[in-house]
Design a binder for this molecule. Structure first.
Ligand SMILES: [Zn+2]
Length: 132
């Protein structure tokens, strides 16, 4: 179970908020009930329960679970992690969500965490170039 207030819980919340924005923009024609997940039960989303379509909810639950089970200490942002524990279709879903929501997060209350994410991604790619 994700522990409310932990770094993992915050990472999971960020991913699911991003998914919520993506879903709101792309899946308006689908039914988007409040999310049911382990993270919801742990209370990591507070009073604002994300509303997601079925596909996005599947991805959100998967992302929550991967985050919860991550054994990296400290946990890096998934985009820069070398382990790549997401299965291919979920990894692809994650890319779609991040491409849409990443740039938009600059104007949200998640902007500091998102900037941290962008910075570590940038540094990761720079290091990759230095390695080769
Ligand atoms: Zn959706």
């Amino acid at each position: 179970m994700l522990e409310k207030g932990s770094k993992k819980a915050k990472d999971a919340e960020l991913v699911v908020r991003f998914t919520e924005w993506y879903c709101a923009a792309h899946h308006q024609d689908k039914e988007r009930p409040p999310l049911e997940s382990g993270g919801i039960e742990a209370g990591i989303y507070g009073a604002r329960v994300p509303r997601l379509c079925e596909d996005c909810a599947t991805y959100a639950r998967y992302a929550e679970r991967r985050t919860e089970l991550c054994r990296q200490q400290p946990k890096p942002f998934c985009a820069v992690c070398k382990i790549k524990c997401y299965k291919p279709d979920m990894s692809e879903y994650s890319r779609k969500v991040m491409r849409y929501s990443g740039p938009r997060s600059i104007f949200s209350r998640y902007c500091l965490r998102a900037l941290g994410h962008a910075y570590s991604t940038l540094r990761y790619h720079r290091n990759l170039r230095h390695d080769s």
